[in-house]
Design a protein around this ligand. Structure first.
Ligand code: CUA
Length: 263
């Protein structure tokens, strides 16, 4: 049987197309790492995220030298945390869930994009080599504020990244001659120990205190300032730890007004 040359060419071309389709479909479903949110993980109660150990406090956590985990809760119409900050040169695994309806977590300009389904935890891992700032949007229609639902992903240079938190408790008013007690809490979110210095400036006094905070712990340092050295009046104070500071004003009075004593 003789097959016409044109017929042969058409047969060959359509065979090639079929093979091409199979290759592209296989690549698209396996090669690009696209996955469905599956139910292989336990479901999570959307109404009880406040009691869930992973999502009660959405945050970024360091889990290895250059490995981080970000826990994010999507709700109408915001993300918590609003801004996820991670260092460059890191591998970050995102765990995202919803407290109400279906949302998405889509990092603009990247292929990081997941549907966020109440009851399920969407997981995706990404490597960030370079610093950069990305917008995060919700691309599942979730209600009247859907178009306002946005977040941020900041990849900061490694040396600008830290997970330190500072909080200071200090009295507003102290009687002359008494000690003013500053309670300085330094929280260290990184795995390694943090060695740093607390700088307290109040009036003309400067007090330095070295602290070591173990990895993923917090340390409260109590600093007593003798108000006799400060003298009567209002004194501005600033507590500085690394790049963080907190400030306020301390009033030293000859005699506290009645009613303040039993504070
Ligand atoms: Cu959330 Cu659209």
């Amino acid at each position: 049987m003789n097959i016409h040359t044109y017929e042969k060419a058409w047969l060959a071309a359509s065979l090639l197309l079929i093979v091409g389709f199979i290759v592209t479909i296989t690549y698209g479903s396996v090669g690009l790492g696209i996955a469905m949110i599956d139910d292989s993980e336990d479901t999570i109660e959307p109404d009880e995220l406040d009691e869930d150990e992973r999502f009660a406090e959405p945050r970024v956590e360091q889990v290895g030298e250059n490995e981080y985990e970000a826990y994010v809760v999507a709700r109408t119409f915001f993300y918590n945390p609003d801004t996820v900050e991670v260092p460059a040169n890191s591998e970050v695994t995102f765990y995202v869930t919803s407290g109400d309806v279906i949302h998405s977590y889509s990092v603009v300009g990247t292929n990081l994009n997941t549907m966020v389904i109440p009851g399920e935890v969407s997981t995706m891992t990404a490597e960030f080599d370079e610093p950069g700032e990305y917008g995060v949007i919700c691309n599942e229609y979730c209600g009247g504020g859907h178009h306002d639902m946005e977040g941020q992903l900041h990849v900061v240079p490694e040396d600008e990244f830290d997970m330190t938190e500072l909080s200071v408790e200090a009295p507003d008013e102290v009687e002359l001659g008494d000690d003013a007690t500053f309670e300085v809490t330094v929280e260290n979110g990184q795995l390694d120990d943090l060695e740093t210095t607390i700088d307290l400036e109040v009036g003309n006094e400067t007090i330095e205190e070295a602290v070591t905070v173990a990895g993923q712990e917090s340390e409260t340092t109590t600093i007593d300032v003798d108000t006799a050295d400060l003298g009567e009046g209002d004194h501005d104070w600033t507590v500085t730890v690394d790049d963080y500071d907190e400030s306020g004003t301390l009033t030293v009075a000859e005699e506290l007004e009645a009613g303040d004593d039993d504070e």
